[in-house]
Every structure is written in structure tokens, then in C-alpha cells.
Design a protein around this ligand. Structure first.
Ligand SMILES: [Zn+2]
Ligand SMILES: [Zn+2]
Length: 95
């Protein structure tokens, strides 16, 4: 299987259930890292998910906008600058 497909598989497993999926996702990523030590994206992904994320309480959602991607300030809705409007935690949510 192509390494990108394996990365996606790891992401899927991790997103479905962080607690249960983390060891499986990490196992996939570590295999990929061993198979191709020159691929920098794999260790980057491992660092993102290898332990519960303190920034979002390991929910995967942006804690500033509570995952909505927008924030309300003085009655105006603005794109959340912490997550660039995506609603996902910038530290761990973009595997
Ligand atoms: Zn996070
Ligand atoms: Zn946000």
C-alpha cells in the first residue's frame, strides 16, 4: 500500500476514537517511519498524536471557538484566528 494511503488509514483510526485508536495509528506510523526514514511527514505526524493533546484536552477541536471555526465578538461573527476557521485543534487535529 502507498504510504499516503497508510497515513490516511492511521488518521482515520485515530479520529474515530483517540483513546482506542492511538496505539494502532502509532503502530502504522512507526512502520512507515522504519520503512522510509527520509520521509519527514511521518515523524511529524507521530509527534502530533503520540500523547494526548493538552491544547484541546485531546478533543481534536479548537478550544478557542469550540470547534465552530467562528468566534462572536461584539455581536460580529469572525473567522477564528487560532484555527484559521477550520474548527480543529492546530496542534493535533491535522494529521
Ligand atoms: Zn489538540
Ligand atoms: Zn478556532
Amino acid at each position: 500500500m502507498h504510504w499516503k494511503a497508510r497515513m490516511l488509514k492511521a488518521a482515520l483510526v485515530f479520529r474515530r476514537d483517540r483513546d482506542a485508536g492511538r496505539p494502532e495509528a502509532l503502530a502504522i506510523l512507526r512502520e512507515l517511519a522504519a520503512a522510509d526514514p527520509t520521509n519527514k511527514q511521518v515523524p511529524f505526524a507521530i509527534r502530533k498524536i503520540e500523547r494526548p493533546c493538552p491544547r484541546c484536552g485531546d478533543t481534536g477541536f479548537c478550544s478557542r471557538c469550540l470547534g465552530r471555526g467562528i468566534r462572536r465578538t461584539l455581536g460580529l461573527e469572525r473567522k477564528c484566528e487560532a484555527c484559521y476557521g477550520r474548527g480543529i485543534c492546530p496542534a493535533c487535529g491535522v494529521l
